[in-house]
Write a protein that binds this ligand. Structure first.
Ligand code: UD1
Ligand code: CA
Length: 450
C-alpha cells in the first residue's frame, strides 16, 4: 500500500512577526519542517510533498531533494493547500497523510499508529484528536449521540456551547486517497474568510454516509502548534527535554538537564557526563566516558573517549581519546588534537594537528601547524602564520621543547628534539637536535642526544 505525506507549509505565519517563513524557525537547532519530515518518515512509503507558498524560495532551498514541493499561491486555507498536491499524487498513492508543518513535537510513532488504524479499518478519514482543558484556539470536535465524529468547528466560528467542547482537532489526518480527490472540490468557500478549510472534509465524509475515526492522543504536549514566538519557546523547551531524556536513557549523565542544550541529531556515547550550561550543536559526535562542561559550547565537532572539555569552546574540531582541554580553551575549524593531548587555559588552535601527547599549557596560538608527538608548547607561544595576505604553515617535529613566549614566524620547520629559548623569535628553519635562542633566534649549539 502506497502512503504519501502532504505537509502544509504555505501559510504566512503572520503571528510570528518574522521575515523568516514560520516553518524554517529552528527548534532544537533544526527548522520546524525538519522535525515534521522526520516524523512522517516512519509511516509513509513515498517521498513527501510539501506545500509551499509564503517564503517559498527559502523553503524550497532548504528542502533540496528531501521532498517534492508544490506551490500554493494565493494561500486560501488548509483545504486549498491539499488541493495543490492532487495533480502530483492522484493515482500514485493509496493513503494520504496530511500534517501541518508547524507541529514539531508530533511523534513519528503517533502518525504510525494513525496510519495503522486506517489500514486496519479503512474509512474516509482517520484523524488525531486530544482532550485538553486549554483549547489553544484549536478546532473543536463535534460528536453525535452515538459518539461518532460529526464535524470540526473552528474556534472563531464556534458557538459558546461548542467552545466548551474539550476534544480538539490536532491537525493530523490519514485519508483514503480515492475519496479525498473526489471530496476536496466539494469544500465550500468559507463565507467569512474566503478560505477552504480542510476540516470541512469531516462533514463531507459524514454526508457521504462514510465514517470518520478519531484516534484520541494522550500526550497533549505533542499537539502544540507554533503560531507565535511564545509557542516557539514552549516547543523548544519541550523538545530539549525530550532530546535530553533520550540521551539519559542511552546512558549519558546530566547533572542538570534544564541547563543542558543539545541539538537534535547530536550523538553521545554512554558514561559521558554533560555538566550544566553546556551547548552541543550541529553535527557533533561524542564518544564514551567523557566529561563535557560545565560552561562549554561545542559545534560540528567530534570527541573520542575519556576526554575532558572544561569551560571551553570547540567549533569544527576533533579530539581523539584521553584529551583534556580548558578551562578557556578555544578550538576552531580544523583543529585536531591527538590522544592524550593536554591544552590548558587561554589557548587557541585552528587548522592544526597536535599529535599524541602534545602539551600546550597556557596562552598559546597555534594556526596552520603540524606538531609532532610529545612536543611541549611553552606558555605564550605564537605561530605567526599570517603575513597580512597569506597564511603560512609551521611544522614542528617530535619531542620538541618550545620555550615560553616563542614567536614562530611561518613558513617554518623545526626539527625533532630541538629547543627554543624563552622569548625566541624564530624566522629560519631549525634542524633536528638544535637549541636556538634570541631575536631573531640564531643557532648556538648542537644538543647532545639523550
Ligand atoms: C488548524 C486547524 C485547526 C486545528 C489547528 C491545530 C484548519 C482550518 N484548522 O488551525 O482545526 O485545531 O490547526 O494546530 O485546518 N497552511 C497552508 N496554506 C494555507 C493555510 C495554512 O499551507 O492556505 C499551513 C500553514 O503553513 C500551517 C498549517 O497549514 O503549517 C496550519 O495553518 P494554521 O493557519 O496554523 O492553522 P490553525 O489556525 O492553527
Ligand atoms: Ca497552527
Amino acid at each position: 500500500m502506497k502512503v504519501t505525506a502532504v505537509l502544509l507549509a504555505a501559510g504566512q505565519g503572520t503571528r510570528m512577526k518574522s521575515n523568516l517563513p514560520k516553518v524554517l524557525h529552528p527548534v532544537a537547532g533544526k527548522p520546524m519542517i525538519w522535525h515534521a519530515l522526520e516524523a512522517i518518515k516512519q509511516s509513509t512509503t513515498e517521498k513527501p510533498v510539501v506545500v509551499v507558498g509564503h517564503g517559498a524560495e527559502q523553503a524550497i532551498e532548504y528542502l533540496g531533494d528531501s521532498a517534492q514541493t508544490v506551490m500554493q499561491e494565493p494561500q486560501l486555507g488548509t483545504g486549498h493547500a491539499v488541493m495543490q498536491a492532487e495533480s502530483l499524487l492522484k493515482g500514485n498513492t493509496d493513503l494520504v497523510v496530511v500534517c501541518y508543518a508547524d507541529m514539531p513535537l508530533l511523534r513519528g510513532e503517533t502518525l504510525q499508529k494513525l496510519t495503522d488504524l486506517q489500514r486496519a479499518n479503512q474509512c474516509a478519514i482517520s484523524m488525531l484528536t486530544v482532550v485538553a482543558d486549554d483549547p489553544r484556539g484549536f478546532g473543536r470536535i463535534v460528536r453525535n449521540e452515538d459518539g461518532g465524529v460529526q464535524a470540526i468547528v473552528e474556534d472563531y466560528v464556534a458557538t459558546p456551547e461548542q467552545k466548551l467542547i474539550k476534544e480538539l482537532n490536532v491537525g493530523g489526518y490519514c485519508f483514503d486517497a480515492n475519496w479525498l480527490w473526489g471530496a476536496l472540490g466539494r469544500i465550500p468557500k468559507n463565507p467569512k474568510k474566503g478560505e477552504y478549510y480542510l476540516t470541512d472534509l469531516i462533514e463531507i465524509a459524514v454526508s457521504d454516509g462514510l465514517s470518520v475515526q478519531a484516534m484520541v492522543m494522550d500526550d497533549i504536549q505533542e499537539t502544540i502548534g507554533v503560531n507565535t514566538r511564545v509557542h516557539l519557546a514552549e516547543v523548544e523547551s519541550a523538545m530539549r527535554a525530550r532530546v535530553n531524556q533520550q540521551h539519559m536513557l542511552n546512558g549519558v549523565t546530566m547533572i542538570d538537564p534544564a541547563s543542558t542544550y543539545i541539538e537534535a541529531g547530536v550523538t553521545i556515547g554512554k558514561d559521558t557526563v554533560v555538566m550544566p550550561n553546556t551547548y552541543i550543536h550541529g553535527k557533533t559526535e561524542i564518544g564514551e566516558a567523557n566529561v563535557i562542561g560545565p560552561n562549554s559550547i561545542i559545534r560540528d565537532s567530534k570527541i573520542g573517549a575519556r576526554c575532558k572539555v572544561f569551560s571551553s569552546v570547540m567549533e569544527g574540531a576533533v579530539l581523539d581519546d584521553d584529551v583534556d582541554i580548558g578551562p578557556f580553551a578555544r578550538l576552531r575549524k580544523g583543529a585536531h588534537l591527538g590522544n592524550h593531548v593536554h591544552m590548558g587555559n587561554f589557548g587557541e588552535v585552528k587548522d592544526s594537528y597536535l599529535a599524541d601527547g602534545v602539551k600546550m599549557g597556557h596562552f598559546s596560538y597555534i594556526g596552520n601547524a603540524q606538531i609532532g608527538a610529545n612536543t611541549n608548547i611553552g606558555a605564550g607561544t605564537i605561530t605567526c602564520n599570517y603575513d597580512g595576505e597569506k597564511k603560512h604553515p609551521t611544522e614542528i617535529g617530535e619531542n620538541v621543547f618550545i620555550g615560553s613566549d616563542t614567536m614562530l614566524v611561518a613558513p617554518l620547520k623545526i626539527g625533532r628534539n630541538s629547543r627554543t629559548g624563552a622569548g625566541a623569535v624564530v624566522t629560519k628553519n631549525v634542524p633536528d637536535d638544535t637549541l636556538v635562542v634570541g631575536m631573531p633566534a640564531r643557532a648556538i649549539k648542537k644538543i647532545a642526544k639523550s
